[in-house]
Design a protein around this ligand. Structure first.
Ligand SMILES: [Zn+2]
Length: 424
């Protein structure tokens, strides 16, 4: 992509002037980003893949130092002969008043009996202006291969606009000595944040007042959470964050704290009160309020249900009052018409079926009856008023009972009683 804007032209020019990495920077990549291997056999003989010497070491630690060449080795207990590592390394520096994140691919190939090979290739640069504008210089990336991190080293490092393809690298190691533009320092930046895409972090500090504030008041965990969630719900948290800052309280577990605030909010607690928003033991208070919240939600559901029952009661009474009092029985089974929406609810709860939840009390053509033996519910019967037939009869959890046929027969034999009430 050809540079078009003034900023892009400036970046392309500045990029040409970036210095080579220093020997110390290169050494860091080859010793900290990739780790030279010490292969250990079952007898405890370690082969240093850097110098080829063999020594005895049975330490439980994951690393050891080669007594021959002094290299820090990562111990692998394996019979493998070939070793390969590929990692990202990032160097953070400045150039021409711009912030630069240089990203290198570090490749390590080692084989027992051979000299190891180390490679360092610059694959990408993110350039950030003091106003938060940024762009990407990168080599081409190979797609459609098994490794999504294959870069075409022979392609040119040039301006690329495919941010979707280049934006997602953020688990790289960052060289500990970093240079920052003065604007970033003024906005509270001193270091990079582990686990957070450094470009996103720098841009947020430069452009987003809230990110800058969180950094400046020392709420690093909240900032991390803020960036990870793209600020989601922080309008709600913000007044509480001010209180927290004023009280010198540091939020150590940001997701738990936000979760706790959500619970307080739903319970109608004062989110401006230090008593609530600066808990001494966050975990304990969080758990306590989650219990309260569940109880509160259960009560609210109950109240809503009661309101709905009351709301529907009158319509049901009007529609079906003419059938009330209707009942019939044989020597064992009693059948009666449900006379209120509340009775539908009780029937549905006791029988674990949907006579209430599916709103059968609202269905014009349906008459719902309950079949009982000695007062105990056995099945619930639906009769079609237009057809004067039994549509369904259901026991607990919609299962038929041993009385199923007998119940249907009893309803059918008394259908005339229902018909009489319709005609009347
Ligand atoms: Zn060695």
């Amino acid at each position: 992509m050809k540079p078009r804007t003034k900023f892009q032209h400036k970046v392309v020019e500045a990029s040409k002037k970036l210095p080579n990495l220093t020997p110390a920077q290169i050494r860091w990549a080859f010793t900290h980003v990739v780790e030279p291997i010490g292969r250990r056999t079952s007898k405890g003989e370690i082969t240093c893949l850097d110098c080829g010497e063999v020594f005895h070491n049975t330490t439980k630690h994951k690393q050891c130092v080669c007594p021959h060449c002094g290299t820090k080795l990562l111990i692998e207990d394996t019979r493998k002969l070939n070793f390969k590592q590929r990692e990202y390394a990032a160097y953070i520096t400045t150039s021409d008043g711009l912030q630069v994140i240089r990203i290198f691919m570090v490749d390590y190939y080692a084989k027992i009996g051979k000299t190891p090979r180390y490679y360092l290739n610059e694959v990408m640069q993110r350039w950030i202006a003091p106003n938060g504008k940024f762009c990407t210089m990168a080599r081409l990336r190979a797609w459609g291969t098994r490794y999504c991190d294959s870069w075409i080293y022979s392609s040119d490092l040039e301006l690329r606009n495919e941010t979707w393809a280049y934006g997602q690298i953020y688990t790289y190691d960052v060289y500990p000595r970093i240079n920052l533009i003065p604007e970033l320092k003024q906005h509270g930046c001193r270091k990079v944040l582990h686990d957070i895409n450094t470009t996103d972090y720098f841009v947020a500090l430069l452009m987003d007042n809230r990110a800058e504030t969180l950094m400046k008041i020392g709420q690093e965990e909240l900032l991390r959470h803020y960036l990870k969630r793209s600020g989601w719900n922080f309008d709600r948290y913000w007044p509480s964050i001010r209180i927290v800052a004023r009280n010198g309280y540091i939020v150590k577990d940001a997701s738990l704290w936000c979760d706790y605030l959500d619970a307080l909010w739903e319970l109608g607690k004062d989110l401006h009160s230090p008593k609530y928003v600066c808990p001494e033991n966050l975990r304990e208070e969080h758990d306590r309020y989650v219990v309260k919240l569940n109880r509160h939600r259960e009560e609210r559901r109950k109240a809503e249900r009661e309101a709905l029952i009351l709301e529907c009661e009158e319509a049901y009474q009007q529609a079906k009052a003419r059938f009330f009092g209707l009942s019939f029985h044989d020597e064992k089974i009693c059948i009666h018409v449900l006379e209120s929406v509340r009775e539908f609810f009780a029937e549905g709860e006791a029988m674990h079926h949907c006579v209430y939840s599916n709103g059968y009390y609202r269905k014009d053509d349906s008459l719902i009856l309950s079949a009982t033996i000695d007062g105990k519910r056995i099945e619930t019967v639906e009769v079609s008023l237009s057809k004067l037939t039994v549509v369904q009869s259901r026991g607990v959890c919609n299962q038929n009972t041993q009385y199923h046929a007998q119940i249907i027969d009893l309803v059918n034999r008394n259908m005339s009683l229902i018909q009489e009430r319709i005609v009347a």
